[in-house]
Design a protein around this ligand. Structure first.
Ligand SMILES: [Cu+2]
Length: 84
């Protein structure tokens, strides 16, 4: 078992869930700097999700770890998990 649960090359970002919009398939996350996404400052922003099922894993107020990628439609969360 690898110690890092994320896929090689993926950069996990720590954040907190501020809003979940299952209808629109979007999640609002407050997070710290995410160099891999070119975000140098902490911020709160809306992300799309790659799979709507991801929105069922977390709720508002949860501390989470997530991965995102920059897609043509906008920043998209590809993985999300409650922080340990
Ligand atoms: Cu951001």
């Amino acid at each position: 078992m690898p110690l890092d649960p994320w896929r090689p090359g993926g950069a996990a970002i720590s954040g907190e869930v501020k809003k979940v919009d299952e209808g629109a398939g979007k999640i609002t996350l407050k997070h710290g700097p995410a160099k891999s996404l070119g975000m140098d400052e902490p911020m709160t922003m809306v992300y799309r999700v790659k799979d709507p099922a991801l929105l069922k894993l977390v709720k508002v107020g949860d501390k989470v770890t997530f991965e995102a990628e920059e897609a043509s439609a906008g920043y998209t969360v590809t993985k999300i998990d409650k922080a340990k």
